[in-house]
Design a binder for this molecule. Structure first.
Ligand SMILES: O=P(O)(O)OC[C@H]1O[C@H](OP(=O)(O)OP(=O)(O)O)[C@H](O)[C@@H]1O
Ligand SMILES: O=c1cc[nH]c(=O)[nH]1
Ligand SMILES: [Mg+2]
Length: 210
């Protein structure tokens, strides 16, 4: 497994506004989308392409296009939905599948409550979107699910991670073809499984449920 921590002043600037408890939901939503656009550049670095012959007004040449089978983008509901548009803007030909997951507030165990994915993911390149990687339980379950269905490789794009969760994903995916791209790795997880300093509950802040 590979981990890439994006190190860019624009990402850190936008993250600072995102973390601020006074940032209202509409601004929070725009920032998540903008951050996704910046992280997508790194997240799609290994997107599979194939050669294609074209003719420019001046000469024939060979370029590349997104390879078949086309990539699958999987936002994890709810919070991952806020990242979807930023990713489809960059990869408009990708297919989109959905996983709905919720973490039990006491046990911190994830439950999958919705799934809408192609049955067969053989040879598919998958991009999982979830802003928060806390204990890592949700992301491990999502990646396990995709690999079990035949996915070739999985890239997860997250906005924030806790070091504990990142370690858990690294242990679980040690010898798998998995990449995690993250905007920042924070200090620690608190006793409620929240990332510190973090930004609170991403789903609640995106959808105004607080
Ligand atoms: O790494 P973990 O400890 O598993 O925690 C991270 C998960 O928690 C949040 O979702 P949540 O369960 O709050 O659902 P929501 O998106 O509907 O708010 C977040 O979006 C991740 O999916
Ligand atoms: O800090 C956290 C941890 C899990 N989920 C969130 O939305 N925030
Ligand atoms: Mg939530």
């Amino acid at each position: 497994m590979r981990v890439h921590v994006a190190d860019h002043p624009l990402i850190t600037h936008k993250l600072t506004v995102l973390r601020d408890q006074d940032t209202p939901s509409p601004v929070f939503r725009s920032l998540v989308s903008e951050l996704m656009t910046l992280l997508a550049y790194e997240g799609t670095r290994n997107v599979r392409v194939e050669p294609v012959d074209i003719v420019t007004p001046v000469a024939p040449t060979t370029g590349v296009r997104i390879a078949e089978p086309r990539p699958l983008i999987v936002p994890i509901l709810r919070a991952g939905l806020g990242m979807l548009e930023g990713m489809t803007t960059l990869l408009p030909s990708a297919e989109v599948g959905f996983l709905g997951m919720a973490r039990d507030e006491e046990t911190l165990e994830p439950t999958t409550y919705a799934e809408r994915l192609p049955d067969d993911l053989t040879d598919r390149q998958c991009f999982v979107l979830d802003p928060m990687l806390a204990t890592g339980g949700s992301l491990i379950a999502a990646i396990d699910y995709l690999l079990a269905r035949g996915a070739e490789d999985v890239t997860a794009v997250c906005i924030l991670a806790a070091p504990e969760g990142l370690r858990a994903v690294e242990e679980a995916m040690a010898d798998r073809d998995v990449t995690v791209v993250v905007g920042a790795v924070d200090d620690h997880l608190n006793e409620h499984g929240f990332i510190v300093p973090g930004l609170g509950d991403a789903g609640d802040r995106l959808y105004g449920t607080v």
